[in-house]
Design a protein around this ligand. Structure first.
Ligand SMILES: [Zn+2]
Ligand SMILES: [Zn+2]
Length: 353
């Protein structure tokens, strides 16, 4: 299985001393997309029509709708039925915070930086463990998620982007609002063209462990819910404590994490600072940095997709990068991709404040 760019293989790009910015942009976009067969590939940023159209099957749309709508309904129901009986005790909050951080790491470090962009390398069992941890977030099977996200990077804010707020054709504020709604949540329910896994994730399809985790996605969601129940039961010593912990550490956690991830697609492509010229509308949104575990430095990320750090300055908080650094220090991660300062300086669109 060939990998066609050095960056896609997890190797930092060696930028030519006189390389024009546009060719670096192309290299970065191409790096986001791992192509197995050169003959079927199109140039990064090329016409969407060149890509084989794959419509989302109805059963997948129904599953997406259920997975997205059920958690907030369950939380609302739980609050309505039991708020007066001391629902949401400190044990629930503890379970919520722990599972949000742990399973959030499965998405940001696992699904996104490791499996989509290859920001570092690790043992294949650790890779599969990250895939399983990310699966528990109920954001879709790993190969599907990765393929969709690589397609987003390839066509960022152009036709072919699965979730851009910039593509609504309606005039004025209506167009902007519907664009945001589509990018945030509408795309999950639409019958839009989905990313072809054979084209966008051949590397993951070639890994039997990852294929296993992808096939058993529902199991990992269930394990995440059961673990929250177990933690609540142990902390409170009661079955009711387990159930309320599952409500907050399971349903509420899934709901909050879904919308943190969705915010990257909507808010981080519409509002905020653009420090780097990336050819799309990606933005850095500081107030989302913590709830998104460092992913809201999204303009930085589109500028340097394979960088293990999305927060590139000292004050751009990035917990996911700190976790990868910790993995590196303990020998669990290696070949961690860093962007050299000269390359960053060349891409800056604004003078440093
Ligand atoms: Zn983006
Ligand atoms: Zn990305």
């Amino acid at each position: 299985m060939g990998i066609d760019t050095p960056e896609a293989a997890g190797v930092p790009a060696v930028s030519g001393t006189h390389a024009p910015q546009s060719s670096e942009d192309r290299a970065d976009r191409a790096a986001a997309t791992v192509r197995g067969d050169e003959s079927t590939s199109v140039a990064a940023g090329g016409p969407a029509g060149a890509v084989r159209a794959v419509k989302m099957p109805l059963v997948d749309r129904i599953a997406s709708a259920v997975v997205t709508a059920a958690p907030p309904i369950l939380v609302a129901l739980g609050m309505w039925l039991g708020w007066s009986d001391g629902l949401l005790i400190w044990q629930d909050l503890l379970v919520l915070a722990f599972f949000y951080a742990a399973i959030g790491t499965g998405i940001t470090v696992g699904y996104h930086r490791l499996l989509t962009h290859r920001s570092f390398k690790c043992h294949r069992v650790v890779r599969a463990a990250f895939a399983a941890l990310g699966s528990a977030a109920a954001e879709g099977p790993v190969i599907d998620w990765v393929a969709t996200h690589r397609k987003h990077h390839q066509f960022s804010d152009q036709t072919g982007d699965p979730h851009s707020p910039q593509l609504d054709l309606r005039e004025g504020w209506r167009g902007q609002l519907w664009g945001l709604v589509h990018a945030h949540i509408g795309w999950v329910f639409s019958d839009m063209e989905v990313a072809d896994e054979r084209r966008y994730a051949p590397d993951l399809l070639a890994d039997p462990l990852i294929r296993f985790v992808d096939r058993t996605f529902v199991l990992w969601v269930a394990v995440g819910l059961a673990a929250a129940f177990g933690a609540g039961a142990v902390l409170t010593g009661t079955t009711t404590g387990g159930l309320t912990a599952m409500l907050w550490g399971g349903a509420a956690r899934i709901f909050l994490m879904h919308h943190a991830t969705f915010s990257i697609n909507s808010i981080c492509h519409a509002f905020g600072r653009r420090d780097y010229e990336t050819g799309d509308q990606s933005r850095n949104v500081f107030w989302l940095a913590i709830p998104t575990w460092g992913e809201a430095w999204h303009n930085n990320h589109h500028a340097f997709p394979t960088s293990y750090r999305h927060g590139l300055t000292r004050w751009q908080l990035d917990p996911s990068a700190a976790i990868i650094r910790l993995l590196e220090l303990t020998g669990l991660a290696w070949d961690v991709v860093r962007v050299d300062p000269a390359r960053r300086a060349r891409k800056l669109s604004l003078p440093a404040a």
